[in-house]
Design a protein around this ligand. Structure first.
Ligand code: PLP
Length: 478
């Protein structure tokens, strides 16, 4: 190959992109006609294509960027790590930055989460949590008040009736794209093709009122959701291994924001009935909702916590599943007892990723990024108020710097646009012409500025989103 001397021209790259690259979550037939930007570089909160066009990164490069791109302190941390070692395994060995990062995560995480199991993506962090939860119940020992082992599940026949192999999850949940994480997901568009391959789960209705069954008032529907939550937890308390939830905000479902107090209620009920709580903070973690972790806002301490996306500031693929000492203890035994957690990925705990994450955590504090989130989130709420009068906006939902603007054909009935019109996508194309990168979820226009994005750029993002929504939907007025 060229060794970097003869750089392919933008036109050649476009041809090669069409010829060789299969893009994720992308209808390829439509994509190939669209001349999407081919990003060659970045500068702060802007992405730059091969022809030098600059685009404001309005979705944090798919919800992971925290401080912008080419941040000197993170670049330096990665380069310094590169001068030591790029990768070495955590299977039976350790590495310097993985140890340091584990300690920093434990210091900041909700109380009780003292053990860090690394992997490399959000889906693997969740997959790990599901497997740990399942195996924990099979192996946990019950101690008497004096500390004697009373029974070991799976060994004592009496304990076998306590086998827990069922997961509770929310309607429209999204936890990743592997078969395990798809099993606990609830978005039909992503999941229906694999229905026959998935393990069994119990779906609890998502506590949001926008598209509720017609028989309910909004308040009545929330009451119903709370009642169903309790009913299903009680009904399955013997079999349920864990309840998995995206705390406060269900991202991929369309930025669905839960009512205050819901997460706390889930914690009370799961604790009362011996069901583990898995908090999937892959999207909401690292400041996006205004606190470092979303669970903090309801003083909730989950049993397992999954992080990925923003962990490295959006630099490198790294993920972690945090667990309590109690869970960890169920896996501590002589090798011959067969209680080891046999799970690990080749690039688990990659040192470059850990170095980036350490630098990102430092910056979050030094630059008071959480304060910025609180400031710009108020600004966004004010700026988007004009959309509430626009006939094609059904609902504007927001928590911190996570924003979903749901477009509808008829606001009175919330009737959606026909899917073929790809209205969310039309808004994305209109925004691109104005120098802003967006990516919708169906007809929900998503704004996901990086938590550190300064106010003037957030203003520009709001301006362009409003103009683009007006332009794309005005055509529907006919
Ligand atoms: C993105 C996301 C995942 C999956 O993360 P990947 O790194 O894409 O595998 C899991 N859970 C939530 C809540 C997410 O938003």
């Amino acid at each position: 190959m060229t060794g970097g001397r003869d750089r392919p021209t933008p036109a050649t790259l476009r041809e090669w992109d069409d010829e060789f690259v299969w893009h994720p979550f992308t209808p390829m037939l439509a994509y190939r006609g669209e001349a999407a930007p081919i990003i060659a570089a970045a500068d702060g909160f802007f992405l730059i294509d091969g022809e030098g066009n600059r685009y404001l990164d309005g979705i944090s490069s798919l919800w992971c960027n925290v401080h912008g791109h080419r941040v000197p302190a993170i670049d330096r941390a990665v380069r310094e790590q590169l001068d030591r070692v790029a990768h070495t395994t955590l299977l039976g060995l350790s590495s310097v930055p993985s140890i340091e990062l584990a300690r920093e995560l434990v210091l900041r995480a909700p109380r009780g989460l003292n053990k860090v199991f690394y992997s490399d993506s959000g889906a693997t962090a969740v997959e790990v949590a599901l497997k740990i939860a399942y195996q924990y119940h099979a192996q946990k020992t019950t101690l008497s008040p004096t500390g004697d082992v009373l029974k070991t599940a799976g060994v004592n026949p009496a304990a076998r009736s306590a086998r827990r192999d069922l997961f509770l999850c929310l309607g429209s949940a999204y936890h990743g794209d592997t078969i395990g994480t798809v099993s606990v997901g609830g978005i039909p568009l992503f999941h229906s093709a694999y229905r026959d391959l998935l393990f069994k789960t119990v779906q609890v209705p998502s506590p949001v009122t926008f598209r509720r069954p017609p028989a309910f008032t909004p308040g009545g529907y929330l009451d119903h959701c709370y009642a169903e939550l309790e009913r299903l937890i009680v009904e399955h308390r013997e079999r349920a291994a864990a309840f998995i939830i995206e705390p406060l905000v269900q991202g991929a479902a369309g930025i669905l924001v839960h009512p205050a107090g819901y997460l706390k209620r889930v914690r009370e009920l799961t604790r009362a009935h011996g069901i583990l709580l898995i908090a999937d903070e892959v999207a909401v973690g690292f400041g996006r909702t205004g606190t470092l972790f979303a669970c903090e806002q309801e003083q909730v301490c989950p049993d397992l916590l999954c992080v990925a996306k923003g962990l490295t500031g959006g630099y490198l693929p790294l993920a972690a599943t945090l667990a309590t000492d109690e869970i960890y203890a169920a896996f501590l035994a002589e090798p011959s007892e067969g209680k080891t957690f046999f799970h690990g990925h080749t690039y688990t705990g990659n040192p470059l990723g850990c170095a980036a994450a350490l630098a990102s955590l430092r910056l979050l504090e030094e630059r008071r990024v959480l304060e910025n989130v609180r400031t710009v989130s108020r600004q966004i709420a004010t700026r988007l108020e004009v959309l509430r009068d626009w006939p094609f906006v059904g609902e504007v939902r927001q928590k911190g710097v996570m924003v979903g603007i749901e477009l509808v054909r008829d606001r009175a009935t919330s009737e959606p646009f026909p899917p073929a019109s790809r209205m969310g996508h039309q808004v994305t194309l209109a925004a691109r012409n104005r120098g802003v990168i967006l990516r919708p979820l169906g007809d929900v226009v998503v704004l996901m500025p990086a938590p550190a994005m300064p106010a003037e750029l957030v203003d520009r993002l709001c301006d362009v989103a409003i103009e683009s929504i007006h332009e794309a939907t005005a055509k529907a007025k006919g």
